[in-house]
Write a protein that binds this ligand. Sequence first.
Ligand code: IPD
Length: 268
Amino acid sequence: MTDLDALLALATDTAREAGELVRNRRDAVTRMRVTATKSTPTDIVTESDTAAEALIRDRLLSARPDDAVLGEEGGASAGESGIRWVVDPIDGTVNYLYGIPQYAVSIAAQQQDGDIVVGVVHNPVSRETWTAIRGGGAYLDGDRVHEAGCTELDLALVATGFGYDAARRQRQAAILAGILPSIRDIRRAGAASLDLCAVATGQVDAYYERGLAPWDLAAGGLIAEEAGAVVAGLRGAPAGSDLVIAAGPALFGALHDLLEPFRPDRDV
Ligand code: IPD
């Protein structure tokens, strides 16, 4: 039986240490060097992403050498323990590059059956840390948090995000234009893990996005769920790269039904 409290403590310490690293590096320069691009020229990796992921892998595997790791920058490494760490060293890399204080270190532990059992999201600038263990509630710096409880779609503040691919972005913008008249407003803060944590603390009423990678979703998705939100895709599909909708149970159905005709889970 895995000690989930021990996994949470390890993930929390590691996220905070990696957060110090990325914040200190950001303080040291005004504009980080972009070391590589990924899917498009605007999908960037900084030296800090690489250094932070190396630190995270080192700390996790020093403590638990038999675990597997899936990281945004370093890819997958195998392990025999049945636990896989899902790591985003800097979620919100573009905010990081521009010095916008809305980026996070995201670390989750996943069981062999695919269930995420532990999640930590840490904002190195505000030094806030959101945590959850499956079945144990969600916490911000040790205080229990809950989703906002919004019941009216037209009063809902909805966060979203856009992919890096131009054609996908065009479709995402069209969908946004379609739903905007029916909701209070939207927010595009630039870090999916923090958007999910914003659902968890009631800073927004809901969040949806197509195209998230596992490391964008893993920790924040558990935290939102443990704060009472429903985190799922369209028509009962699990949340994943096709689509993530996160909203309180009183709002989820209405947002789902508003989005569904626009086919937000497809690129064409
Ligand atoms: C991105 C951010 C952004 C979201 C994108 C993600 P990255 O992650 O979370 O808010 O809209 O879909 O790819 O590239 O900064 O790690």
